[in-house]
Every structure is written in C-alpha cells, then in structure tokens.
Design a protein around this ligand. Structure first.
Ligand SMILES: Nc1ncnc2c1ncn2[C@@H]1O[C@H](COP(=O)(O)OP(=O)(O)OP(=O)(O)O)[C@@H](O)[C@H]1O
Ligand SMILES: [Mg+2]
Length: 405
C-alpha cells in the first residue's frame, strides 16, 4: 500500500499549460508544494508553482531535480517522453503511469488497446512499419480494406503528437490519402472512417491507485474545425446512453490501471437499426477541456480530483452545484474580430463579468493567436439549453466594441 501524500508534500508537474495551471492552483490551495517543468519561461502554470524548471522534458538535470524534490509527479499533456516518465518512476511516484500514457499518446496503440479489450471503436486501419505489413501475404486484403474505408470518406490522423485537430486530413481516395501521409512527413498514421456523428460525449474518470473511482456527469461536446468549441452538462441524450458511457469509461480506466484523471471522448453514431450507439474516439491521460465546467459547477473540480487521485488521499464529491452548465472556449481568433492581419484587440470582458451566472477564465497567455486556446467562459442555468444559449451570447458580445461615452 502506498502512503497517502498529504500537504505539505511536493507535487511535480510535467507541462505548464492551462491544465497544469489549474492543477497547481488546486494543489497550492490545499497546501501542497509544487514544481513545474516546462521549457517555456512564460508557461501559464509557472506563476502558480513554487518552482519553475525551465528546461526540455528530457533534460537529465531537470528530471533529476524533479525526482529528488517531489513526492509524486504527474503530467498535464499527453506527450511527455516515455523515457522521462520511466526515469522519474525509478525513484519517485509517477501518476498516471508511463504504460497508460504511452497508450494514450499513440493513436495506434490506443485503438489496438481499446479493440483488444472489447471497447467499441470506429473502423480504422493503422499504417506504420509494424502494422498491417504489406509483405505478410495479405497485401490484397489489406489494400482492398483500405480502399473501402477511404472511398467512403476518411480522416488520416498522425499517430502521435496531434491535438486540437492538428495532424488530421480528410481524404476520399487512396492517392489523396498517400498525399496526406507524405505531407505529414511519412509519419505513422491511422486512417479512420469519417463517421456521421449524432453527437459527441466525454466522460471524466478519476481513479486512485487502490481502485477508488469517481466520475462526473457526462458532457456533450461540440467541435468546430477539430477544436472543442462548446461543452454542455448534463448531456442532452438519453439516460441509458449516458449510463453506458460512464460504464465504458470506468471500465477503460480499470483496464489501464489508470491513476489520476482520465478523459474518454466518445462518438454517438447510428447503428444499422438507426439506434444510438457508442464508439470510443480517444483517451486523454489528464484533465480535459470538456471538464473545465467542474471548476464552477461541481463540488470538486477535475483538477482538485487529479491532485487527490495522484496523492492517494481519497476522492471528493463530483455532484453538480447547478442544474446545468455550459462552457464556451475563447480562442485567439476573438482578438482579431476586425480581420486577419490586424493588430490584436482585447475583447470586451466587461459584458461577461457583468453576468452573475457567468465565470470568465483567462489562462494568462501573452500572445493571442488564431486557434490558440486563451480562456473559457462557463455559465450556469436552469436547463442545458438555457446555459448553452447564454454562453454563446456572452461570447458573441465579447467581440463587440467597448462602449466609450
Ligand atoms: N472519424 C471521425 N469521424 C467524424 N468526425 C471525426 C472523426 N475523427 C475526428 N472527428 C472530429 O474531429 C474532432 C477532433 O478529433 P480528435 O479527437 O481525434 O482530434 P485531436 O486532435 O486529438 O483533438 P483533441 O486532442 O483536441 O481532442 C472530433 O472531436 C470530431 O469532432
Ligand atoms: Mg479529441
């Protein structure tokens, strides 16, 4: 049994983006000491850490310092080098473990893990040097399957390092697919059937090393250009579908022997009888953008729960504190509502701040860039529809000129 780590124990964080920022805020509010490793001197989490190690994620000196000074180390992004996690794990508690992170950071391993454990995934073909080898006597079968998937419309996704829809190309023929793979530099990819999505859901699961699990109400997610745009909770789908989503996400966390907060992204599609059915899209081995609402409308946020889970101190209540909540992301585009190429203009925050049901979150990123996540707004309301409508209205008002009298 691992000892629970109580304050003032030291928590290390690989990655200093907005997810790390909120986790470190939660940790320091609880009295933990924190150290963040991020090569960017302006990393959003740095101002909330007791120490910021400005170094690459594989820097031996920085890793040695983290290992020596931290009681437990966690991460906020899916791409920490596996070697770094293994090095840290040799002497220090690391959660989630490198096995689980290695699976979640590689779409090919992730899809195979899910399929091998009986979790439903959409039709896909992995193209890398080890998979579906064209020299195994099944070339013809393989090529025919690939042609079939691609001809109905497919998405080519780089196996590693993709996020916010980066590293993805839609294709409708085999030559187009090869072009897309070449454009990505010949990296390993998965080719997925382009699905007709009825809706998208996500489930956040927190699990401790001794197997305690908590989940939050299911979120309904809307994406624009591959980037999360709006999340609404509770999701407006049938209760049985939500129950199945939670069951599936919980089973995935158990199968991975996951420790920390795991996000499971789920597609809802029609089965051959026209009924709603679930497919797992992908896993994120960390708190997730679709769980940001928990900061404002849950007894315990996903970030506090991450701290609790990795420290093994017991998980807290995940009940909602409002009947419904919606979250809208604020991308850097908002600063450029006058048009591309113009100088960035600070959005009119006063309108959001004037609404008592809304909460404004800005991540402290110095430079707004199109498609860059700069912050989000959450709104609580009596119903999911009302919350969504108000959140969208408030975001629209942000790009209106500030009234000067
Ligand atoms: N096979 C598919 N069929 C239909 N839509 C898809 C498919 N794959 C992805 N999408 C759409 O693109 C979005 C982003 O895809 P995905 O989750 O794979 O990308 P990502 O870059 O890892 O994004 P993130 O890390 O922000 O979740 C999905 O949420 C969905 O809206
Ligand atoms: Mg995704």
């Amino acid at each position: 049994m691992l000892e629970p780590l109580v304050p003032p124990a030291t928590i290390g964080m690989l990655g200093g983006g907005q997810l790390g920022r909120y986790a470190l805020m939660a940790a320091s509010a609880m009295g933990y000491r924190t150290i963040v490793l991020d090569p960017d001197p302006t990393a959003p989490a740095a101002v909330h850490a007791n120490q910021h190690l400005v170094a690459p994620y594989d820097d031996p000196t920085a890793l040695a310092r983290l290992a020596a000074e931290c009681d437990v180390i966690t991460t906020e992004f899916e791409n920490p080098p596996a070697d770094a996690l293994n090095l840290l794990a040799a002497t220090t508690r690391v959660a989630p473990g490198s096995d689980a992170v290695a699976i979640a950071q590689d779409r090919i391993l992730e899809k195979r893990f899910l399929a091998d454990h009986g979790f439903p995934v959409g039709p896909f073909i992995a193209l890398d040097e080890t998979s579906d080898s064209p020299n195994d006597g099944h070339e013809h079968e393989h090529d025919a399957r690939l042609a079939k998937i691609v001809s109905h419309g497919a998405v080519v996704k780089s196996a590693r390092m993709g996020y916010d829809g980066k590293g993805q190309h839609r294709v409708s023929s085999v030559p187009m697919m090869h072009e897309a793979v070449d454009a990505m530099g010949g990296v390993a990819v998965v080719v997925e059937s382009l699905l007709d999505l009825r809706t998208e859901l996500s489930v956040l699961v927190a699990r401790t090393v001794d197997g305690h699990i908590k989940t939050w109400p299911v979120a309904e997610n809307m994406h624009v250009d591959g980037i999360l745009d709006v999340s609404v909770v509770p999701a407006r789908v049938d209760a049985a579908l939500k129950a199945r989503s939670v069951e599936m996400a919980t089973a995935i966390a158990k199968a991975l022997r996951y420790v920390g907060v795991l996000a499971v992204e789920i597609f809802v599609v029609a089965d051959q009888h026209g009924e709603d059915t679930l497919l797992v899209n992908e896993l994120a081995p960390r708190p997730h953008n679709s769980g940001h609402w928990t900061l404002d409308a849950s007894v315990t946020s996903q970030f506090e729960q991450q701290v609790r889970a990795v420290c093994g101190v017991g998980l807290a209540d995940t009940a909602m504190t409002a009947p419904a909540v919606a979250m809208v992301n604020l991308l850097g585009d908002l600063w450029f509502s006058a048009g591309a190429g113009t100088a960035p203009v600070e959005p009119n925050w006063a309108s959001v701040l004037a609404d008592p049901a809304a909460t404004l979150h800005l991540y402290g990123k110095s430079e707004p860039r199109p498609a860059r996540k700069m912050g989000h707004v959450t709104v609580t309301a009596a119903t999911p529809d009302a919350a969504e409508q108000r959140a969208r209205q408030l975001r629209m008002a942000l790009s209106r000129p500030i009234q000067t009298s």
